[in-house]
Design a protein around this ligand. Sequence first.
Ligand code: 2RA
Length: 339
Amino acid sequence: DGPSVAIVGATGAVGQEFLRVITARDFPYRSLRLLASERSAGKRIDFEGRGYTVQDLAAPGAFEGIDIALFSAGGGVSRAHAPAAVASGAVVVDNSSAYRMDPDVPLVIPEVNPEAMADVRLGKGAIVANPNCSTIICLMAVTPLHRHAKVKRMVVSTYQAASGAGAAAMEELKLQTQEVLEGKPPTCNIFSQQYAFNIFSHNAPIVENGYNEEEMKMVKETRKIWNDKDVRVTATCIRVPTMRAHAESVNLQFEKPLDEDTAREILRAAPGVTISDDRAANRFPTPLEVSDKDDVSVGRIRQDLSQDDNRGLELFVCGDQIRKGAALNAVQIAEMLLK
Ligand code: 2RA
């Protein structure tokens, strides 16, 4: 007698990962409905021994009887259709950026700020927003330290995988790599410049202060999730030629001293975090190592030598963008509704 679940965007990279995570965690759904834009409606998807036909999410009654609707089909689809799902009484878990900064919408990482969704319950339509993948991956490692020594300033440099730009970007990276190795001109349909054997500033639009939207998500979402409008955050987000896991270099300045051994102990106890910090072997987190894994991996834990009395720390964090950065986090939010 579990919840009836709808997945909006089931044919996309995150939508497919929703299904994988639901199976991996044996999520107790009573029924499943796969919804997508008219373009994808009619597609057949086999899941757990059953055949599903993807239905048009704009059809009348598309969300009738749905308890939880997982959305990952872009902000436009969420803005157009999440209200109808809420009106049907569904709790929408939205992976897009559409509602993240809405003051009435909880922005939730279950291991970090579960209290933010204390007022959300099954049967009462609502929207819960999934944070941006690079925010989730960063804050999974940093928040336990923040709770202990209060972050005053955080500087993040990200190295973001193709998956963040969708399944087509992953395919294009593979195609371009092949083309470049064969001496052919790279096919550039998704990005306006060569991606294989290259890195470039994240493709999100540049806003009036010279940052891009991806960087501003890190700044604004961190403040909302920590409920701390004063914490100083800055970020530089870069697209790098890896497939599905982001890497992030994080520099922290704390209000109170925090030595690296204490930091390591805190991280060792942190849920959803694995330490990979082998100085002798020079082995630290890598995107490949965390791909298809639930945990984020943290290493290069060291005192920031440019700051005084142990108030500075450096970290390097990797996490699977499609899984913990999107689908797993959303399904964990759904699991919280079952408690
Ligand atoms: C990216 N976080 O990686 C954005 C969108 N998922 O491009």
